[in-house]
Design a protein around this ligand. Structure first.
Ligand code: AHG
Ligand code: MN
Ligand code: MN
Length: 312
């Protein structure tokens, strides 16, 4: 039958407190609902956009909004989450000023352009411990990635997978749809030593600097290209098989496209705990001092030997 997420959390192999364990279970419960909604968008007519434009200036898909509400509700019920920053909301959402112990920055639905075409999408969460009883506002959420205590992501694909990273290491789980339980599949997930793949949007080639074009040509000379267009799916494949994800700055996006707080930080935390590295170019992602909730960053994630000095 396999060890469930709850059983593994109870086994105390993870050196984290009960509140953080309960938050991870809340994310799992929310993702089961999101998976069910995704599997029915054609049937329930929830495909497509809401007509709203979010703070990113992007069209909000119905499932962006639904996933955001599902996870906010889950964290409200949990009671241990003080404040949530989300890609889908301009400002942080204070949930429990009195008793909240953790802060979360999340991308509730990553890969929105792939929702309606049945391609893998995901949800991404960075979790920080609240500093002793400071009053909560947007600035409370602007913490360095290195200060995260956990990062969690879910991939909704041909199967639904969850990865949990803490200082105790990285575990992966697979959703048993019949039991609605996540079953552990790897209790010590490590990035393979050799890279197999690289992931980049070649459509941006003409906007890349000469240095970036040189780097990508070098990757192309030794690795196979895989690009899904959902960060979380490209990242997860490269984490399991060995590879490099690169979304660099370019003329169109001088600061990169991906967001520091709820895409780059959580995934840089996961890959570092799995033996790899995440950089913005010259800097480790986890050392960037955030200035705003939705700030963007160039993002390169992968095997240290390839990525570490890539832009030197
Ligand atoms: P989101 O759907 O949360 O806005 O994220 C989309 C991101 C990321 O998932 C993916 O890697 C990237 O957009 C793809 O961008 P391009 O379409 O420019 O390649
Ligand atoms: Mn995203
Ligand atoms: Mn998103």
């Amino acid at each position: 039958m396999g060890t469930t997420l709850k059983e593994f959390l109870r086994s105390s192999e993870l050196k984290i407190d009960e509140s953080l364990k309960s938050i991870i279970v809340s994310i799992a419960k929310g993702s089961v609902i999101v998976q069910s909604k995704l599997s029915r968008i054609g049937v329930d007519g929830t495909a497509g956009a809401t007509g709203a434009i979010n703070v990113q200036g992007e069209e909000v898909q119905n499932l962006d909004e639904e996933a955001n509400n599902i996870f906010i509700d889950a964290f409200k019920k949990n009671g241990k989450v003080a404040i949530v920053g989300s890609e889908e909301t301009e400002n942080g959402i204070v949930l429990n000023q009195e008793f909240g112990e953790y802060l979360i920055n999340m991308d509730p639905l990553d890969g929105s352009s792939n929702i309606d075409v049945a391609v893998s999408v995901g949800s991404i969460f960075g979790i920080w411990r609240r500093k002793d009883n400071v009053c909560l506002n947007d600035n409370s959420l602007l913490l360095k990635g290195r200060e995260q205590v956990a990062a969690v992501y879910v991939v909704y694909g041909s199967s639904t997978l969850m990865v949990v990273a803490t200082d105790s290491g990285v575990q992966s789980y697979s959703l048993d749809l019949d039991r609605k339980e996540f079953i552990i599949t790897d209790d010590n997930l490590q990035l393979p030593n050799t890279s197999k793949y690289f992931s980049v949007n070649y459509g941006n080639w003409d906007n890349f600097s000469a240095k970036t074009q040189e780097i990508i040509s070098d990757l192309q000379s030794k690795l196979s290209l895989r690009y899904i267009g959902s960060l979380i799916a490209d990242f997860h494949r490269n984490l399991l098989k060995g590879g490099v994800f690169i979304y660099p700055a370019d003329i169109k996006s001088p600061n990169g496209k991906l967001r520091l707080m709820y895409e780059a930080n959580p995934l840089a935390f996961v890959i570092q705990k799995a033996g790899g590295i995440g950089i913005s170019g010259k800097k480790n992602i986890l050392d960037i001092c955030p200035e705003s909730l939705h700030q963007r960053t160039p993002l390169i994630l992968g095997n240290t030997d390839i990525v570490e000095n890539m832009f030197e």
